[in-house]
Design a protein around this ligand. Sequence first.
Ligand SMILES: [Zn+2]
Length: 195
Amino acid sequence: MSESIKAIGGINENSLNEYEKFIRTFIPENLTQEQLPTFLSEKRSELRVKYGMPDRQPVLDGKETLEEYHEKLLLLAGEKEIGVVSDFEKFVQKHHLPEGANACFGDDTDYKIHVKKDFNPNDVPNVKSLEHELVHALQYKNEPGMPIEQKEFEAYLVADGLDDIFKNPNLRDIFFSLIISSVDGYKKSAISTEK
Ligand SMILES: [Zn+2]
C-alpha cells in the first residue's frame, strides 16, 4: 500500500478540506479553496483531451441525447480494443470484488470493462461509470505505472461534470465524498488482497 493511501486512512467525514488534503499532490501549492473549482474544471478539460473523450457539450446543450453520447464512448472503447461487457454482477462475484458500484475494469484479468446487466445508457450515473472505467482502461494501456491515487483523481475528474456539478457549490461535496469513498474502497480491497 502506498504512503499517501495510508495517510488518508483516518478520513471519516466528507469535506472539502479532507478532499483537498488528498489531492494536494495534484494541485499547485498556492491555490486557494476558492480557486479550486476553476482549477479542477480546467484540469478536467485537459484530461479529456489527453484521453480522447468525446465532446459532451452537445449533451449539456440538449442537442445530443445521453444515449448518443454513450454510443461515442463505446466507439472510443472499440477503437482502443477495450471490450465492454454487461456481466458486472457475475464478474464481481467470481473475483470476490466489493459490490455497490455500477461498473469495473478487469485490469489484470481480462482487460475488459464490466457494466451492470441492466446498464441504462440514458442514466447519468451509469454513463459516468462507463466513462470512469474507460479512463482506467486507457491508463492501463498507456501508463500502467501511474500511482493509484492519480489514476482515481484523473478518472473521477474526467467522468464528472456531466451534470455541471461545479456550477453548484452545494453539489461539490457529493463529488468529494465519492472520491473519498472510492479511495476507502480501494484501501479495503488493497488490504484484502495483501498476503
Ligand atoms: Zn476508479
